[in-house]
Design a protein around this ligand. Structure first.
Ligand SMILES: [Zn+2]
Length: 474
């Protein structure tokens, strides 16, 4: 078995920083040595990597991606191959993608389709959540089958997108009751889609068609309201674990914080775009440029009655927000975002981001918003625990998979279509952003997939990860 030693680095875990040398044997972390022990014990390896002045962190886990998702009359532009490679470039070693079941489709068929798309194509490991777009007697039974037999233990429902992925309150309650029996987590897109559709139609009737109206027609109050309703339904269903995805609004965060104070099993994630972007600076750019930043929930105004950025960073510090994911859902401008020229409601919703999550949240450390430990916790460790993959994933520890990122805090990263950009889109939503740090080396189950600014991974190296129940509750 090939042995690799990573020496002289600083290992970061959610509980602290320590000097240590990491021995990898095959696909697994075999041992961690105190400084000096390697020499004293005569430990040898086939290859030694000097990580002096650098951080050694667990591989990032992005629990919210949409590779090859059919949506908005087109399909997300990253395949599992291009998307997993871009993830590797960004220090992500596991993605949890959203398999899709739509109304009238069979759940197992939806999952099988996702396995077909991913199998043999990924350079890093992958797992699935299952979107349930049509809740009925059969799909409720299928949820339990997936938990018990397929390693899929979380289900995403939508309070948004009527006529597409939408579930009504009765359907949501039934899915939650099923989850309370089988132990699954219910993930919720919490926006009041029925009310939003009314506002969208009114803006379009007034010929307010520019991308910025995407945000104006989806007020943060309607994210707060839907979050509240989802929490109440989860309580009625017996305190079933509820995970609010891609939170963008201070009102929604208030609801989650209050539920947590009441002792409810309510969790939430946010995404980098909601921590940095604004309606004014991004969505309202001249011409059709704002289409690049159309995602749902939308990018919020900096002049809103609440300070969304400030509150979301606070939520990350306070653990009201447990995880940062990306909601990676890439579309090109040409032929894709362009579908919504003259009608913002036809712009495919989504931003490409899987490559930049570790970088953008590290910048939060540089800016003093969160600690190094919290960066690792929200991007690596908690995702593994929340979704049943710990300690195989999410931690630098003996016995864990050798998913390891060496991070250089003394280099910089310039993001942009002609700088660092490996996702399959014709633009970068983060164009020109400079990060005070850099992904130096990335290892996926013992295989180096990126080093010296070169991708060294292999298509098909990535394996499907069967997940257990959430380890916060089981
Ligand atoms: Zn999503």
């Amino acid at each position: 078995m090939a042995r690799t030693l990573i020496v002289n680095g600083t290992i970061i875990s959610p509980t602290g920083l320590s000097a240590g040398d990491v021995l990898v044997e095959g696909e697994t972390i075999a041992a961690i040595f105190q400084p000096g022990q390697v020499a004293a014990l005569g430990v040898t390896a086939d290859r030694t990597i000097d990580a002096k002045g650098k951080y050694i962190i667990p591989g990032g886990i992005d629990v919210h991606t949409h590779m090859e998702l059919p949506f908005g009359g087109t399909e997300a532009s990253d395949t599992f191959e291009t998307g997993s490679n871009a993830a590797a470039w960004g220090g992500i070693t596991t993605i949890v993608d959203m398999a899709l079941q739509r109304y009238g489709e069979n759940v197992q068929d939806g999952l099988a389709t996702w396995h077909r798309k991913a199998e043999g194509n990924c350079s890093i490991d992958y797992a699935f959540h299952q979107i349930i777009g049509g809740i009925d007697e059969q799909s409720l039974k299928d949820m339990t089958y997936l938990v018990e037999h397929e390693g899929v233990t979380s289900f995403k429902l939508f309070m948004a997108y009527p006529g597409v992925f939408y579930s009504d309150d009765g359907q949501i309650l039934r899915a939650m009751q099923t989850a309370s029996e089988n132990g699954a987590v219910i993930m919720m897109h919490a926006e009041n889609g029925i009310a939003i559709d009314v506002l969208v139609a009114q803006h379009l009737a007034r010929r307010e068609t520019d991308p910025k109206y995407h945000s104006i027609s989806r007020p943060s109050l309607l994210e707060g309201e839907a979050t509240h309703r989802a929490i109440v339904l989860s309580k009625v269903a017996g305190n079933v674990p509820l995970y609010i995805v891609h939170m963008s609004a201070a009102e929604a965060l208030d609801e989650v914080a209050q539920a947590q104070n009441e002792g409810l099993n309510v969790f939430a994630e946010t995404c980098p775009q909601y921590l940095y972007m604004t309606l004014e600076d991004h969505l309202a750019q001249p011409g059709f440029e704002g289409a690049k930043y159309v995602c749902s929930p939308p990018i919020r105004s900096k002049h809103d009655h609440r300070h969304h950025h400030k509150d979301l960073w606070k939520g990350l510090r306070m653990n009201e927000l447990a995880i940062v994911s990306t909601d990676h859902c890439p579309f090109c401008m040409k032929d894709q975002k362009e579908l919504g020229m003259g009608d913002f409601s036809k712009i495919p919703n989504g931003i490409a981001g899987v490559e930049h999550r570790m970088e953008l949240i590290y910048q939060g450390v540089v800016l003093g918003e969160i600690s190094l430990e919290r960066w690792v916790e929200t991007c690596c460790t908690t995702p593994a625990r929340m979704f049943g993959m710990y300690p195989k994933k999410g931690i630098i520890a003996p016995g864990s998979d050798a998913d390891i990122v060496i991070w250089d805090p003394n280099s910089k990263t310039k993001i942009g279509i002609n700088d660092k950009h490996h996702m399959n889109t014709d633009h970068s939503a983060w164009e020109g952003t400079v990060i005070d740090g850099k992904v130096d080396t990335v290892m996926s189950r013992g295989m180096i997939v990126m080093e010296n600014d070169k991708f060294t991974g292999r298509k098909g190296h990535g394996k499907y990860v069967r997940r257990g129940l959430s380890q916060y509750l089981h």
